[in-house]
Ligand binder design. Structure first.
Ligand code: 0XW
Ligand code: MG
Length: 367
C-alpha cells in the first residue's frame, strides 16, 4: 500500500450560537485542514487538524497548510506499513510543526486500519470500552445563564462540565463557579478552565474564594513556570492543557510534580501515535486526562474517541469533540455523536468515518 496522491482541503466551520468565548480569545468560525491520502491499491485515508484560531496556542490554519506543503511531496510513493518510519520521514522534511504532522499520522492509521480490517483503537493498543464519556464546555458567560446551561447539560447526561473563566473581574469568575456548583452539585465533575488568563495572584484568590467546591483548576496561568509556583499555595488540583506543547512538556510537568492531570490535545501533541506515549506516562503515575482537540469535524472527533477508548476508564476525564458548537457532520451515515453525554467508539475499520464525497469542494493543494 503506497501513497499515490494527497489532496488537501480547507473546511469552514462556523460556531453554532455565534461565538465561543474563552479568556484567551473569542472565535466565530474555524478553518479546518483535511488531508485525503489515496493509495495505489485503492484505499483512501483521512486526517484533520483544526487550530481554534491563531491565538489559543502557537498554531494556525495557514501554518498547518504551509507545513503540509513541506512534508507532502516527500511522502508520495511511501509504503504505509511502519508508522514510525513515516514519522521519521516527516521529521526529515520538517522540524517541529507536530500539529500538521498529526493530520498525516491520523490518515496513516486510518489507512493501516482499513487495510488490516481493524479499528484505530486496536492499532493504538486496544479499546477498554465501546463508549467513552464526553464533557460539556461552558464558555465565559454570566453566572445565572452559565448555571442554567450547566444544569441542562447534566440533565442531558454529561458526567463532566468545563467552566471557562478568565479575562474579566475575579468577582464574576467566583460567582460563576458558585452558581454552577449550586445548580449541579455532585451531579457532574467540574473543571474550571482559565485558558491561561489568570495571574498567579488571581489564581490563589480564586482558589481561596471557592475553597469548599470540588473542582480541578485547568491551565489557570499562561506558562508552566507560573503554574509551577502554585504548588503548595492552592488546594484545588491543577491540570495543564495549553502548556502541554509536546511530549517533553508532559514529561517535565509529571517529573516536577506540578500537574494533577491534563487536558490533552491530539494535534498539539503531534498525533495519535505520540499521544500513546503521554497516555502511558499518565498511567504510570495514575494521572487523569482528557482526549480532546482544539476543534474539528468528524475526523478529529473519531481520532479523540479511538484514543479515549484505550485509556483506563477511572482516569478518563472525557473526550471533548466540537459537535455541540458546529452544525452538521462530515459523515452523514456514520457520524461521531454525543448521546447522553457519551460517545460510541466507531467500530468500522480505520477511523470509521468518511467525509461525504465532494463536500469540501476543490482541494487547496494536490500532491
Ligand atoms: C474545551 N476545549 C477542549 C475546546 C477548545 O479548544 C478549548 C479547549 C480547552 O479545554 O481549552
Ligand atoms: Mg482547556
Amino acid at each position: 500500500m503506497r501513497i499515490d496522491r494527497i489532496n488537501v482541503y480547507s473546511a469552514q466551520l462556523p460556531v453554532k450560537g455565534g461565538v465561543y468565548r474563552m479568556a484567551s480569545a473569542d472565535v466565530e468560525a474555524l478553518d479546518s485542514t483535511l488531508v485525503e491520502i489515496a493509495t495505489d491499491d485503492g484505499f483512501v485515508g483521512w486526517g484533520e487538524t483544526c487550530p481554534i484560531g491563531p491565538v489559543y496556542q502557537p498554531h494556525h490554519a495557514l501554518g498547518a497548510r504551509a507545513a503540509i506543503a513541506e512534508i507532502a511531496p516527500g511522502l508520495i510513493g511511501s509504503e504505509i506499513a511502519s508508522i514510525r518510519l513515516l514519522s521519521r520521514q516527516m521529521d526529515e522534511r520538517l522540524n517541529g510543526h507536530g500539529y500538521a504532522k498529526a493530520a498525516f499520522d491520523m490518515a496513516f492509521l486510518d489507512l493501516l486500519g482499513q487495510k488490516l480490517g481493524v479499528s484505530v483503537s486496536t492499532l493504538l493498543g486496544g479499546a477498554l470500552t465501546d463508549r467513552v464519556p464526553a464533557y460539556y464546555s461552558l464558555i465565559v458567560g454570566a453566572p445565572d445563564e452559565t448555571a442554567r446551561i450547566a444544569a441542562d447539560k447534566v440533565k442531558a447526561g454529561y458526567p463532566r462540565l468545563q467552566v471557562k473563566i478568565g479575562g474579566r473581574d475575579l468577582e464574576e469568575d467566583v460567582a460563576v463557579i458558585h452558581k454552577v456548583w449550586e445548580a449541579v452539585g455532585y451531579g457532574a465533575r467540574i473543571a474550571v478552565d482559565g485558558n491561561r488568563g489568570l495571574t498567579v495572584a488571581a489564581a490563589i484568590h480564586l482558589d481561596r474564594l471557592c475553597q469548599a467546591i470540588p473542582f480541578v483548576l485547568e491551565q489557570p496561568c499562561n506558562t508552566m513556570d507560573e503554574i509551577a509556583t502554585l504548588k503548595g499555595r492552592v488546594t484545588h488540583p491543577v491540570y495543564l492543557d495549553e502548556s502541554t506543547e509536546d511530549q517533553n512538556a508532559v514529561l517535565r510537568a509529571i517529573s516536577m510534580g506540578i500537574a494533577d492531570g491534563f487536558g490533552f490535545k491530539v494535534t498539539r501533541l503531534g498525533g495519535l501515535t505520540k499521544m500513546t506515549t503521554v497516555r502511558d506516562l499518565c498511567a504510570i503515575r495514575s494521572l487523569p486526562h482528557s482526549c480532546d482537540d482544539a476543534w474539528g469535524g468528524d475526523i478529529i472527533a473519531a481520532a479523540c474517541v479511538h484514543l479515549a477508548a484505550t485509556v483506563e476508564p477511572r482516569r478518563m476525564e472525557g473526550a471533548w469533540i466540537a459537535q455541540e458548537y458546529i452544525k452538521g457532520h462530515f459523515d452523514q451515515k456514520h457520524p461521531v455523536v454525543i448521546k447522553q453525554g457519551h460517545i460510541a467508539v466507531p467500530q468500522r475499520p480505520g477511523l470509521g468515518v468518511k467525509p461525504e464525497p465532494g463536500m469540501f469542494g476543490k482541494p487547496v493543494a494536490i500532491y
